[in-house]
Design a protein around this ligand. Structure first.
Ligand code: NDP
Length: 287
């Protein structure tokens, strides 16, 4: 299942990440396994220091390049003058001729001589050359997006941000801005209520939803899938990851799970509202 970006290309709604637990590590076997299980959207980044292993996993899986959706992100602070050279280096490490999506990893820190419009123009140039089929951003606030959108030749296709119930109050204006401007929000850290903030108030709301959806689905639905559906129904796509085959298969089923009802989404939001928990990129967003 995929969504159409503002440049008319299609992005699979769930991606497999190579950051966090795979940071700096040989993740080739996990990538191969994820592709064999059915993931086609693979999320890399220059800062993860493992693009060569992402490339090795892709080659080991043996799937046609045209069937894969490969993402990488510009390491910050890279200056506008370095954008093309750094993407070419990524392409060499990945062993591909283009990436499907190239993101500015974060709006800060910027190279001293740069500003966001200048950096975005360099992104537009690699897009025009075909080295990146789509371009976008990550960890951009509304103000950061406003710095580039009005003057952009190409509007960012994606803004990848931390998105789960415990940051929803802070993320909602960004998601709303993105959706109003044709920018697809992508979520990372989506399993935080289960993984990094277990014991939080959303724990009590999930079991009745899991029970109702399992009956409606005629097969067990998991809390991770409910959180995935919450993300999709907020209008975002998902980037997750796992080293375990059972979870990889579970994540891939997420989009097929029946929809949460509006009252169930409201119950999750209401439970989470008093309990803010941001895990990543505090240097950009603060707490
Ligand atoms: P999630 O919040 O989806 O968490 C996935 C992690 O949760 C895996 O490491 C998995 O471990 C673990 N997990 C899942 N279920 C459970 C469970 N029941 N108990 C314990 N652990 C569990 O995604 P991440 O935040 O880790 O990030 C996903 C991807 O997003 C990254 O790899 C990266 O590509 C991208 N990302 C982008 C950022 C950005 O700044 N743009 C920042 C952070 C991430 P296990 O292997 O044991 O299954």
């Amino acid at each position: 299942m995929s969504v159409t970006l503002n440049d008319q290309s299609k992005i699979p709604v769930i991606g497999f990440g190579t950051g966090t637990a795979f940071y700096g590590r040989d993740c080739a076997n996990s990538i191969k396994l994820a592709i064999e299980c059915g993931f086609t959207h693979l999320d890399g980044a220059q800062i993860y220091a493992n693009e060569q292993f992402l490339g090795a996993g892709i080659r080991a899986a043996g799937k046609a390049r045209s069937e894969l959706y490969i993402v990488t992100k510009l390491k910050m602070p890279s200056g506008a003058a370095q954008v093309k050279a750094s993407l070419v280096e990524s392409l060499q490490k990945l062993g591909v001729e283009y990436v499907d999506l190239f993101l500015i990893h974060s709006p800060r820190p910027l190279a001293p001589e740069d500003n966001l419009p200048k950096l975005w123009q360099a992104m537009e140039a690699v897009h025009a050359e075909g080295l990146a089929k789509s371009i976008g951003v990550s960890n951009f606030t509304v103000d950061d997006l406003m710095a580039i959108v009005p003057g952009a030749k190409t509007i960012p296709s994606v803004n990848q941000i931390e998105l789960h119930p415990y940051v929803w109050k802070a993320a909602e204006p960004i998601v709303k801005f993105c959706l109003e401007h044709g920018i697809t929000p992508a979520s990372y850290g989506g399993l935080t209520p289960l993984v990094r903030a277990a014991g939080g108030p959303v724990d009590e709301v999930l079991p009745p939803i899991v029970e109702r959806l399992s009956k409606a689905n005629n097969k067990p639905v998991t809390s991770a899938q409910v959180l995935g559906k919450w993300i999709l129904q907020k209008g975002a796509i998902i980037v997750t990851t796992s080293s375990k085959e059972n979870r990889i298969r579970e994540y891939l089923e997420t989009a097929k799970v029946p929809d949460l009802e509006a009252e169930e989404i409201e119950a999750i939001d209401a439970a989470a509202a008093p309990f803010h928990k941001r895990v990543f990129m505090r240097q950009v967003f603060g707490e």
